[in-house]
Design a protein around this ligand. Structure first.
Ligand SMILES: NC(=O)c1ccc[n+]([C@@H]2O[C@H](COP(=O)([O-])OP(=O)(O)OC[C@H]3O[C@@H](n4cnc5c(N)ncnc54)[C@H](O)[C@@H]3O)[C@@H](O)[C@H]2O)c1
Length: 415
């Protein structure tokens, strides 16, 4: 259920492992693109795998929800607009449509990332909709949570290789779900209960958010104190038990900026560190934008090269990317002509494509035309760019460091 970034690779992996897979998605456009083999290029071998599975007959697309032995829900769990509250309506609708088909002995697995307690709640919802699936207070179906821990760009490998946490709403559900994953996962299967499995995923992502926020706060603090943050972090990391991450333009992607809010929503009084980390990472994006705006304000007609749009190095994934938000803000305010360099995409995303001031170009063209060069994603191909810039071009990195010689408080570039 749900054939997006997670559901489609999972369907392909299961089909390759010998299962007969029936894929369901409520969006006709998603179904059409899969049927026509036009599959997003974020996970390169996925297209081939899906086309091959459909040709062999081990993967078929279905509408409505068919009868099956195992139902896996990989539907969205976004935040509600303007509120840091999870929108569980997709999970609820998927659960409702599965309920119609369930038979005793079926296994329902929620792979979507959810707040703690959701799997138990959905298990109760299924039994309320289907009281015939409960006998003498005992459920005749199995319900479990198994969070996805895959790295975008390596989803097909990690779905199979990475250890899995499987937690059922009761011992039988944990056993059935664990045994199911053991049939196609090469990593270890760690069995626990549903609430711990849910918490595990949220704790993993909150932990990364907190670690990144420390580096980001340090970069803003160093800037204020006139200390080179990159050098400082390199020196601090020489301590055998210190490992500070690289600061960046904020935090993007599909999970880390979203999932920590599920914890804050559940326990607002016990999550001050997690909430603060989110705020710090959001602030870092605004702070970097401000640094770029301040720099270009010294140019009459600035041409700004923005290096990178992806939310992290070496992927084409633009979801939730701070770089996209910075570029969008510069374009919306008509702050200059923008030259975007993103080697992992062929076209600008729809949110930027409508701006006349914004063009996707290669690195050499961007450097030649720009007066200000802002590094937004640390792709390998941008390594050493600063050293190659001709005199008179200003370079800004994600730590907010502006080229040596640039007088930030002055009215003109130093060169
Ligand atoms: N993308 C990631 O990197 C990642 C990693 C780990 C966990 N997750 C979690 O996995 C879940 C799915 O994420 P995603 O990135 O695959 O989302 P997605 O938006 O790419 O795909 C979800 C799909 O579900 C479909 N859908 C919605 N309601 C449905 C329903 N009732 N029945 C059938 N299909 C339905 C949508 O049309 C969409 O195609 C989310 O909870 C997310 O937080 C995602």
């Amino acid at each position: 259920m749900g054939l997006g970034y997670i559901g489609l690779p999972l369907a392909a992996v299961l089909a390759r492992s010998g299962y007969k897979v029936l894929g369901v998605d409520i969006k006709p456009a998603v179904v059409r693109s899969i049927e026509s083999g036009d599959i997003h290029g974020l996970e390169p071998p996925l297209g081939l795998l899906v086309v091959e599975a459909i040709r062999r007959g081990s993967l078929a697309l279905c509408d409505p929800v068919p009868h099956a032995d195992v139902y896996i829900l990989a539907v969205p769990t976004p935040l509600k607009k303007k509120k840091h509250q999870v929108d569980l309506s997709y999970v609820e609708k998927a659960v409702d449509s599965v309920a119609l088909r369930l038979r005793p002995g079926n296994l329902v697995i929620i792979e979507s990332t959810v707040p703690v307690g959701t799997t138990e709640k959905m298990s109760r919802r299924l039994l309320e909709l289907r009281p015939d699936l409960e006998r003498e207070g005992k459920s005749l179906i199995f319900v479990a949570h198994c969070p996805e821990r895959v790295l975008p760009g390596k989803v097909l490998d990690e779905m199979v290789e990475v250890d899995r946490i499987v937690g059922g709403v009761d011992a039988g559900s944990t056993r059935e779900a664990g045994d199911f994953y053991a049939t196609f996962v090469r990593g270890s299967i760690h069995r626990t209960e549903a609430r711990t499995a849910e918490m595990c995923k949220l704790a993993e992502n909150a932990s990364r958010d907190v670690a990144i926020s420390f580096a980001n706060e340090l970069s803003m603090l160093c800037d204020k104190m006139g200390i080179d943050a990159a050098n400082l972090i390199r020196l601090a990391n020489l301590h055998p038990r210190v490992n500070i991450m690289d600061p960046g333009p904020g935090v993007g992607g599909h999970c880390i900026p979203v999932d920590p809010w599920f914890l804050v929503q559940s326990e607002p009084l016990e999550t001050s560190l997690i909430r603060t980390a989110r705020k710090v990472n959001e602030k870092k994006t605004a702070w970097l934008l401000n640094r770029i705006e301040e720099t270009i304000s010294h140019f009459e007609k600035p041409v700004i090269a923005c290096l990178g749009l992806a939310y992290k190095p070496e992927v084409a994934d633009l979801r939730g990317s701070p770089a996209v938000s910075i570029v969008n803000s510069l374009c919306s305010q008509n702050r200059g002509d923008l030259r975007i360099v993103e080697p992992h995409i062929k076209d600008l995303p729809p949110v930027l494509a409508g701006f006349n001031c914004c063009r996707l170009v290669d690195l050499e063209e961007a450097i030649a035309e720009a007066s200000v060069v802002a590094l937004l994603t640390r792709h390998n191909s941008f390594e050493g760019v600063q050293a190659r810039l001709p005199d008179g071009k200003v370079f800004i990195d994600p730590n907010g460091v502006v080229s040596p010689g640039w007088r930030r408080s002055g009215t003109e570039a130093a060169n």
